[in-house]
Write a protein that binds this ligand. Sequence first.
Ligand SMILES: Nc1ncnc2c1ncn2[C@@H]1O[C@H](COP(=O)(O)OP(=O)(O)OP(=O)(O)O)[C@@H](O)[C@H]1O
Ligand SMILES: [Mg+2]
Length: 592
Amino acid sequence: MRKGVIDLIRGPVVIGSGVPDIQLGEVVEVGEERLLGEVVEVERERFIVQVYESTSGVKPGEPIYPTGKRLVAELGPGLLSSIFDGLERPLKTLYELSGPFIGRGLRVNALDRHRKWHFRPLVKRGEEVSGGDVIGLVQETSVIEHRVMVPPDLRGRVAEVWEGDFTVEDVVAVIERGERRYELRLMQEWPVRLPRPYREKLPPEVPLITGQRVIDTFFPVAKGGAVCIPGGFGTGKTMTLHKISMRSDADVVIYVGCGERGNEMSELLTEFPRLTDPRTGRPLMERSILIANTSNMPVLAREASVYLGITIAEYYRDQGYNVLMIADSSSRWAEAIREVATRLEEMPVEEGFPAYLPDRLAELYERAGRVVALGRPEREGSATVIAAVSPPGGDFNEPVTVHTLRFVGAMWALDPELAYRRHFPAINWLKSFSQYAAAVEKWWEEKFPGFSKYRRRALRLLTVASEIEAIANIVGEGMLPDDQRLILLASEVLREGYLRQVALEGEDFFCRPEKQYLMLKTMMDFYDKAYMLIRHGVPVDELVALREVYELMRVKEDERGLEAVKEAAARLNEALEKLAEKHGVKLGGSSG
Ligand SMILES: Nc1ncnc2c1ncn2[C@@H]1O[C@H](COP(=O)(O)OP(=O)(O)OP(=O)(O)O)[C@@H](O)[C@H]1O
Ligand SMILES: [Mg+2]
């Protein structure tokens, strides 16, 4: 039996020796208590282990047991509705075994070994199957059907397949290839640090609808995209991510919480399981998985948790689902990476972060994507990654933010100024960007012709307005020409009536694409008509005084939804027509 020895302990990092054939990435059990660790570096005689549990009390000279296995995730029915720690141990079971302070060396299976699932085969004896083929179905929750797949590296002829009620460990099919026989179970394993294979990558051109106007309209995320949401303390990262996880049109949501404040995580853990999914009327947990790193858990479990999250995301992607993985906050994850580097006394590069920080970030974000999965029947799926970044002091010019921006396609830049004014989501429309905007334009145009034109003009109006505001701050708004004052008015309508979306419940919690379009069109049409009036000498003050303009800013909250927007648009039009008549101006048709 291979067995090594501990030479040195530095916090969560252990240096060992005595196992000449130890592998990089091999899982080892450290010390008499058999703490879980992973080999992160192999040198000639020695190897370095990061330990996922507290090493206090462990002494040099104690044994290290290699397992011959890499860090793997258990994948199979029963993942949904679960709450795991970073090592895929169900929190409930851990608590039952050892209370809130998780005992060391506890091994708990991710998937329940006793629960039975009804398996309905889709393949017959004699059929040829290969990696990724769906061999059968299990109704995992009332909203998600689990598609049981042949593991990626297997192929052969189905020798046996059974319908019935099985645990995740029971054999449900046997595959033969020449002399060899492989037993298939509902459960399979996959190394968390290795991306799961797919047949083909597809361009990310379908938007993930979040229901947040500033996001969907101006800085969209595509299904399969990667986005970061950087923001200083209390600017609304968690709130924004919560809203998206509850209401986006992803099929499956994986929420990786790396909160440093204990209460942030416990809020999530108590609140989330109570939520109902408005789309299905069922508990939201039936299509969600929470991975929690609370402050009483060792730092390094965070490091693993992100890989666990993306691996599960890929697994449901491969089944043909649109999966959303959220990481809040990736900065806490990066701190775990830094912790190891510091203990190893690796040459820190920037602010204590090791030179391989960018590689680690890339390894996460590059696993996002929209793909054609391996195997039959043909399936498309996606894994979208949205990660909060918490730059210290809110300064985006720090390593984690800077390097993250190299690997994501969009950034929602949170602005303390907006948050202070309680303009939420505090996403700064001048600093944010989305490379997916061009790719998802076709989707919007097909459904709502003219959408992209309105979008571009609105963004431009907001930019010009900010320039005019800078001038107005010096000379006073009253000194500005009427056309510039109109731009300020129109941008206020957009900011207050469109971008601001503070509701924590009710109508404005989620804004459907058709409503976003109609609101945007109404606001930009208003600007066009008002501009015509001003060009013909109508004083801007008469527009500023219109009650209907302020109604338009509040119409988002009207419970009657689309109907209310239509009515507000009609009333505003009427008011503008009246003004036109009064001043003898002829307004063109309503085509903007
Ligand atoms: N979209 C929103 N709508 C309404 N209020 C919001 C919204 N976003 C944030 N807030 C307000 O701002 C507060 C702080 O938000 P949140 O906890 O999400 O910030 P954070 O950036 O995650 O903070 P931390 O840096 O502490 O993690 C919330 O308690 C809430 O009052
Ligand atoms: Mg937060």
